[in-house]
Design a protein around this ligand. Structure first.
Ligand SMILES: [Zn+2]
Length: 260
């Protein structure tokens, strides 16, 4: 399983793309997780064909996680995509996402390929992938995602503070990404993660690699300091590429990328 960090920024970051992952398995089956406004250009910078992404997963529909959808679909339509697309989202979010889909082709309705809308469940399978979701604590319902494929486990929080259910999904993850807005402690009922709770989580679960992301720009220096002594926690960044099936440990891959 390979992970390409298309974006690692918060909603209004001036230096980073909005948070999104591209996940590719050993059979070149590819999912896009979230699609905020700056994600389409990040995708266009990659060497991908218009048919390469088979599935999109939306953790929730705050604009920084979904506003790139019409631009991406518009490109696929314009360049003649034919491969069917599956979109996983929460049932109550589907009508809003379908409006974005309509915007992609307006004033025409035809997009030229099939879109298979699917609700997110607690546990399900897609081909040889095993998926699980659980709600974080966030201002809008947000479903984090656990992916198991190629004998590896990836966890992606989307937005929001960890909950017992999402912490359960993080267990034994080879790589976990957790939203972490700030370097100061937030109240227990906050709708974002903070570094203290993330560090506690990394220790509690004995995680081998925990990537913090969706951080406020101005918090990045303090966050860098806060995790400096942790050998299993890192700050995610745009363009980070991790191969979970490589023999090189994740943290070493994170460091190598920074050096190149
Ligand atoms: Zn959000």
């Amino acid at each position: 399983m390979e992970i390409d960090v298309l974006g690692s920024g918060s909603a209004f970051s001036v230096s980073r793309n909005t948070s999104s992952l591209l996940v590719t398995d050993s059979q070149q089956q590819r999912w896009l997780i979230d699609c905020g406004p700056t994600v389409p250009r990040a995708l266009w910078q990659r060497d991908l064909s218009i048919n390469d992404i088979e599935v999109m997963y939306f953790t929730h529909i705050h604009p920084d996680h979904c506003a790139g959808l019409p631009a991406l679909l518009n490109r696929w339509k314009s360049f003649g995509r034919q491969a069917p697309l599956t979109i996983y989202c929460q049932a109550e979010h589907r009508p809003m996402l379908q409006q974005l889909t309509a915007l992609a082709t307006f004033p025409k309705a035809e997009i030229g390929f099939d879109i298979d809308w699917q609700d997110i469940h607690d546990h399900w399978t897609w081909r040889n992938w095993h998926l699980s979701s659980a709600a974080t604590q966030h201002g809008q319902s947000n479903l984090s995602l656990r992916i198991e494929v190629d004998q590896r486990v990836l966890f992606y929080s989307g937005d929001g503070r960890p909950t017992p259910a999402t912490i359960n999904l993080m267990q034994n993850a080879d790589l976990a990404f957790q939203e972490c807005a700030v370097a100061t402690s937030l109240a227990d009922d906050a709708s974002h993660g903070d570094v203290q709770s993330c560090l506690a989580l990394a220790e509690q679960l004995d995680l081998s690699s925990l990537g913090l992301y969706h951080c406020y720009d101005e918090e990045l220096p303090a966050l860098t300091d806060a995790i400096a002594q942790q050998d299993n926690v890192f700050l995610s960044y745009d363009g980070l590429h991790i191969d979970l099936n490589a023999t090189t440990p994740v943290i070493a891959q994170v460091q190598q990328h920074k050096l190149t």
